[in-house]
Ligand binder design. Structure first.
Ligand code: GDP
Length: 725
């Protein structure tokens, strides 16, 4: 019987030391009672020693897990042992009391506050029955001194934590000189154990009941239903404590009290502290026995789990054999290389579910980070109209404005392509960083045993990655340079001059329509005269609109001649070198152009004159007709060049978006992925450094020892549980 309870104690201690105290949910007896109900007295009588702090107010301010362990030799010395100071045996029970007070203040402060962290105390004695009891703060109502206002709530919730565990047996202490129906501890127990299945009642102070009254009905289970029943006890009175009445005398007196008492005489063998101890021991034993099958299952899974964990730490003996060292290194570096590859391929078993990693992260960099960085670039970013104008003028050189737009386009589009370089190189860096992260984040337990080997492995792979970084960056840089080397205006997706013109024309038409509507609505009397006059003229628009001028002067016919629009931009735009064949760009050219002068009647010319004057008045800041026309033409050219740059830039952007990830995969990712294993073997499989690399980490050695101890305890516990079943 004791063996089983001791095993439970042992498990509790081991689990506590590895901070998984409740993982086995072992049965325990939890003592609850209101202040001054006699809780401490009951515990002390059970232990047969004075050892609990005394005083007014709340004395118990941390849970006390009290493990009583029977010593077989009747003359063995009694002593206590705290789990927080296991190297010391306390033979003096006054010192135990002081240590409890010290430990309480250490965590709960000296200000009467409480703490949830238990103090664990073991008492070895031939006078105790093996038992585990948890002493909790007494139920209190009114805060005193500088206690926090919600002290009652705090204590209640702490008690609740313990008693609501279905594996707790509740020892509900109530003084007999009070009605049990009003007992705080029983009320609380009823909340978590309404059927009274795991609550045992203890009636204290039976000696203090009014003369002529007794608690027989309660003790016989007639007035309050509890399956585990009530046990009556008589503890030492305040007077007894003051006069230091020995425990043995008190116990003797208690036995006498029940034997002599007219009401309890007949049930005296079921009363008193001794009986209570036996009863508790029995209840605990029964409970533990009930739990055994479940415990066995749990222990067996703990054994295999711990065994597995231990395996991960590896066998320390393994490193001593010379032949073994080589194969261990080989095994570890192969594992490291495989983990690296698996993280890239996304086949790793220990993938994070919190964040993208490895291959998925690389994919994300390509598709989201890099993709949106490229998309964010404006094809004509940083290109002002002035820049374009200057480019046009510069590329004209000494010639007339013959080759202007094509040369200017060529000149202007190159720096725009260069804008793709920064995000492309950044993409290489990001992937490189991700690969670095993968190689640093290995969490292979066995490898952790050998920090030096681990450092070396990381070093070698980092070096391999570093080596691949510049070829990859250089290649990506070249990709951009290649794009800049030759501007292929014959690219099938390039909008070309025809497309650009058509675009411009459409836009201009729309704009003009809108403007005209606006113009009519806000028209002055002069302008209505003009529009009324121009209605008579069938030939239409004398407005100095460059596009129309261009169009009507032969661009249209060229367009018909080359409907595919793939004609060289240059020839297309100006037709040829002969000035007469070139499209006129303003109304002043119209007069000199025979195709235009003939259908123009005198009246319409007069109207033109009128209209021009009006225009001049309307826009006073337009300095002169020539300038107006020149800037008009430039305006179109600027627009045209912008459209062309955008079209061409989009083609290049698409290429880069496609090629950069491919280059990175080939030159950086796949290359490192494929050569990692060979590189590791070549750099690290050297006998003269085996010893150094296999220096074991101290912490790991300690962890393994702890793990081994745990495994032993679990195995031993499993054996005992198995045999007991
Ligand atoms: P706790 O606050 O619940 O731990 O109560 P204590 O054990 O400190 O007891 C409070 C007071 O009641 C102390 O002075 C005890 O001596 C006294 N007391 C406890 N049990 C008995 C009992 O059965 N008979 C007598 N006469 N006094 C008792």
């Amino acid at each position: 019987m004791d063996e089983l309870i001791q095993l439970t104690n042992k498990l509790q201690t081991v689990l506590a030391s590895i901070s998984s105290y409740e993982s086995l949910d072992l049965p325990q007896i939890v003592v609850v009672g209101s202040q001054s109900s006699g809780k401490s007295s009951v515990l002390e009588t059970i232990v047969q020693r004075d050892f609990l702090p005394r005083g007014s107010g709340i004395v118990t301010r941390r849970p006390l897990i009290l493990q009583l362990i029977t010593q077989r030799q009747p003359d063995a010395l009694e002593y206590g042992e705290f789990m927080h100071a296991r190297d010391k045996k306390f033979y003096d029970f006054d010192e135990i009391r002081q240590e409890i007070e010290r430990e309480t203040s250490r965590l709960a402060g000296s200000n009467k506050g409480i703490s949830r962290t238990p103090i664990q105390l073991r008492i070895y004695s031939p006078k105790v029955l093996t038992l585990t009891l948890v002493d909790l703060p007494g139920l209190t109502k009114i805060p005193i001194g500088d206690q926090p206002q919600d002290i009652e709530k705090q204590i209640r919730s702490l008690i609740m934590d313990f008693v609501s565990n279905p594996n707790s047996i509740i020892l509900a202490v109530s003084p007999a000189n009070m009605d049990v129906a009003n007992s705080d501890s029983l009320k609380l127990a009823r909340q978590v154990d309404p059927e009274g299945k795991r609550t045992i009642g203890v009636l204290t102070k039976l000696d203090l009941m009014d003369a002529g009254t007794n608690a027989l009905d309660v003790l016989m289970g007639r007035s309050y239903p509890l399956k585990l029943g009530f046990v009556g006890v008589v503890n030492r009175s305040q007077q007894d404590i003051l006069t230091n009445k020995p425990m043995s005398d008190a116990l003797q007196a208690e036995t006498e009290f029940f034997r002599q008492h007219p009401a309890y005489r007949n049930i005296s063998n079921r009363c008193g502290t001794k009986f209570l101890s036996k009863q508790l021991n029995h209840i605990l034993y029964t409970r533990i026995k009930e739990k055994l099958p479940e415990l066995r299952t749990k222990l067996s899974s703990l054994v295999s789990q711990t065994q597995q964990e231990l395996n991960q730490y590896g066998d320390p003996a393994f490193t001593t054999g010379a032949v073994h060292r080589g194969s261990l290194i080989l095994k570890l570096l192969t594992k490291f290389a495989n983990d690296f590859v698996a993280a890239i391929d996304g086949t790793s078993s220990e993938m994070s579910t919190k964040e993208l990693c490895g291959g998925a992260r690389i994919y994300f960099i390509f598709n989201n980070v890099f993709g949106s960085a490229l998309d964010a670039i404006e094809p004509c970013a940083n290109l002002t109209n002035n820049d374009i104008r200057t480019a046009i003028r510069n590329s004209t050189g000494p010639r007339p404005s013959l080759f202007v737009p094509e040369l200017a386009f060529d000149l202007l589009v190159r720096p725009q392509i260069k804008l793709l370089e920064t995000p492309s190189l950044r993409c290489v860096e990001l992937v490189y960083e991700e690969l670095m992260k993968i190689c640093h984040s290995s969490d292979n337990k066995e490898l952790m045993r050998y920090p030096r080997l681990h450092t070396k492995l990381v070093e070698v792979v980092s070096e391999l990655l570093r080596e691949r970084l510049s070829p990859t960056s250089n290649y990506v840089e070249s990709l951009i340079s290649i794009e800049r080397a030759y501007i292929n205006t014959n690219h099938p997706d390039f909008l070309g001059a025809a497309g650009a013109m058509a675009n411009l024309e459409n836009e201009s038409k729309k704009k003009k329509k809108m403007e005209r509507r606006k113009h009519v609505r806000t028209a002055s009397p002069a302008s209505s005269v003009i529009s009324a006059g121009s209605r008579a003229d069938e030939d239409g628009h004398p407005m100095p609109n460059g596009i129309h001028a261009l169009k009507e002067n032969g661009i249209g016919s060229h367009n018909q001649g080359h409907p595919d629009g793939k004609e060289s931009f240059l020839t297309y735009f100006f037709g040829g070198a002969n000035k007469n064949e070139r499209p006129a760009l303003g109304p002043q050219d119209m007069a000199s152009n025979p195709s235009f002068s003939s259908p123009m009647s005198v009246t319409s010319m007069m109207e033109n004159e009128l209209e021009r004057k009006f225009e001049q008045q309307a826009s006073l800041n337009v300095p002169s007709e020539e300038q107006l026309q020149a800037s008009d033409r430039e305006e179109i050219e600027i627009q045209l060049i912008r459209t062309l740059i955008t079209s061409y830039f989009n083609i290049v952007r698409k290429n880069i978006q496609d090629l950069v990830p491919k280059a990175i995969m080939h030159l950086l990712v796949n290359h490192s992925r494929e050569s990692v294993q060979n590189r590791l073997v070549a750099s690290l499989y050297k006998e003269d450094i085996f010893n150094d690399m296999l220096q074991e980490d101290e912490n790991v050695a300690a962890e393994r020892e702890k793990c081994k101890t745990m495994l032993d305890v679990y195995k031993q516990a499993f054996e005992i549980v198995n045999n007991a079943l």
